[in-house]
Design a protein around this ligand. Structure first.
Ligand code: 1GP
Length: 249
């Protein structure tokens, strides 16, 4: 089944999903096997693969290694148009709608579109909304955009609404990798209540408790990277919390 269709069905059934973010720069290829075993045992739903700034050339190798080990869908989460690989299953075709940088709203997409047309990748158009995470993140610096202040739910709601009306298939609220302040439950509630498309939430989530609060607030898909790089045991705990979230929706 196509990934987007599976997300729509999960949302309709109140099921929540968990994506593990893998930054090809940070993961050691030799350690992927162990990581994948943990992810499989924990029922991780997706791998997001990418980073705001990738300086090593091992994206293809990283994807191929994961694919060799398991069938968990691989979704590219590209920080730039050069982070394209035909080894993945899908790509988040991100439009940075919280910013006013034309290159990240449409410019890079024009360059990438013909390559995607030739590929087998499922293209998941996604309105990407950066929320202030209490620290300047790599994504904020590299994108040359200002995040939405963390307490301005109305701005986030209007931005998400506009993204949905423009035909984007998903909204991603991101405090940025390594954020000190993750996106608040108030913000998630406000945005999820205003749109019908799936809502992804990530950035600075450190605990299963916060992941559970987020899905209860209306997030459909939780993304965690940094915390599980530091403590692999969190993969199981956060996955359990996210999947438990379906019982209370
Ligand atoms: C960043 O949402 C992701 O774009 C994940 O963030 O690495 O802080 O979990 P963390």
């Amino acid at each position: 089944m196509h990934i987007y269709q599976s997300l729509l069905e999960a949302k309709a059934n109140g099921e929540k999903k968990f994506a593990m973010l893998i930054d090809p720069d940070k993961v050691q290829i030799g350690h992927i096997d162990a990581l994948i075993s943990v992810a499989m045992a924990a029922n991780v739903d997706f791998f997001f693969v990418g980073g705001s700034l990738i300086v090593n050339n091992n994206l293809d190798e990283c994807l191929a290694e994961i694919r060799h080990q398991c069938d968990i869908p691989l979704i590219l989460f590209p920080g730039d148009s050069y982070q394209l690989s035909y080894h993945a299953d899908a790509i988040l075709f991100l439009s940075l709608i919280s910013g006013r940088n034309a290159e990240l709203l449409i410019g890079k997409h024009v360059i990438t579109a013909p390559y995607l047309k030739l590929s087998q990748l499922e293209v998941l158009s996604c309105g990407y909304i950066l929320i202030d995470g209490g620290v300047q993140t790599t994504v904020s610096y590299m994108s040359n955009t200002q995040p939405i202040p963390s307490d301005k739910e109305d701005i986030a709601v209007c931005t998400a609404l506009a993204g949905e009306m423009l035909g984007l298939k998903m909204i991603y609220l991101d405090a940025g990798s390594g954020a000190i302040l993750p996106v608040s439950e108030e913000m998630i509630t406000a945005v999820s209540g205003s749109i019908d498309i799936p809502l992804i939430v990530g950035g600075g989530i450190q605990s299963p408790e916060k992941a559970l609060l987020n899905v209860r607030a209306g997030a459909d898909l939780i993304v965690v990277g940094n915390a599980i790089e530091k403590d692999v045991s969190l993969i199981q705990e956060i996955s359990d919390a996210v999947h438990a979230g379906c019982a209370v929706t």
